[in-house]
Design a binder for this molecule. Structure first.
Ligand code: FE2
Ligand code: FE2
Length: 290
């Protein structure tokens, strides 16, 4: 694997910042041709996306908890580039919801117990490297889910003729997500290529990942898991869960599990997806639709 330097990572971050300023509210055309259909079809999707974007504040708190000594390039990414972009995504999606008379998203801003526990342990240098590894793979998985969701949502909006929302909200957001994924991918590749982790640390990282893997924004809460199942279903991924799991988990299978037993994705990715879709089928659509 080719070595990646800190300077290359920093160049990537600066380029993201230069090429992708936060999307401005004034640039958005909030025209919705059929608000009723938008509400009945996409209330759960819009609420989920808006909430998860607005939870960027929580993500920053989490990363400060588990990586008290974040590197200069990590800091440049989340502080100078990522936060501004994500919070703009969240505010714009929430404004769209307001305009079609859906309740505002309620982002969860408190750091979870598992992260606090990991943070306490991460005061020890060897554990902090494990935390860093988990942070990069969590980020890559999260951003990959965002890329896939916005791609599919843009197509669905084409089908229902909501071109203003597609062109001025979803497509501009969609263009910013791949750069986020690329940052985490490059960071994970660098960590692995530099062989920072000893075998016991890798073992620990894999164990934590396997035991605590969650889809973005589900927070171990059955309601959010069901809503994620709704998003997966509305965006048409439920028919191809294997393929979807591969898209999300491929990087992690390759780098963290080193393609073990020919794995296309770690089994816990598919398991989390199945549980979400099942929870949705049991519990029904997000309550914001009524
Ligand atoms: Fe985003
Ligand atoms: Fe993102």
């Amino acid at each position: 694997m080719a070595r990646i330097t800190d300077a290359q990572l920093m160049t990537h971050v600066r380029k993201l910042g230069d090429e992708h300023p936060p999307i401005r509210m004034e640039s958005v055309d909030f025209t919705v041709n059929d608000p009723h259909r938008m509400r009945t079809t996409f209330a759960g999707v819009l609420d989920y996306l808006a909430r998860v974007e607005l939870e960027v504040d929580r993500n920053v708190l989490e990363l400060l908890t588990i990586m008290p000594n974040a590197s200069a390039v990590d800091r440049a990414f989340y502080h100078d580039v990522w936060w501004d972009q994500e919070i703009a995504h969240g505010k714009i999606l929430d404004e769209l919801k307001r305009r079609i008379h859906l309740p505002e998203a309620e982002p969860l801003l408190e750091v979870g117990y598992a992260v606090k526990a990991l943070g306490a342990l991460a005061r020890f240098e060897p554990i902090q490297d494990v935390a860093r590894c988990i942070y990069y793979f969590t980020g890559a998985s999260t951003e990959r889910q965002a890329v896939l969701a916005y791609n599919s949502f843009a197509q669905k909006l084409t089908q229902v003729g909501e071109s203003a929302v597609r062109e001025t909200i979803i497509n501009p957001i969609k263009r910013q997500e791949p750069g986020h994924f690329a940052f985490y991918r490059l960071s994970a590749e660098k960590l692995m290529a530099d062989e920072v982790l000893k075998p016991w640390q890798l073992f620990l990282a894999r164990t934590v990942r396997a035991r605590s893997y969650e889809l973005v924004g589900t927070h171990n809460d059955p309601r959010y898991q069901a809503q994620m199942g709704e998003v997966v279903t509305r965006l048409g991924f439920d028919e191809h869960l294997h393929e979807y799991a591969k898209e999300i988990g491929r990087l992690e299978a390759k780098l963290l599990w080193a393609g073990r037993q020919g794995l296309d994705f770690p089994p816990y990715v598919l398991k989390a997806l199945r549980e979400s879709v099942d929870a949705y089928r049991e519990r029904g659509a997000f309550a914001g639709t009524v």
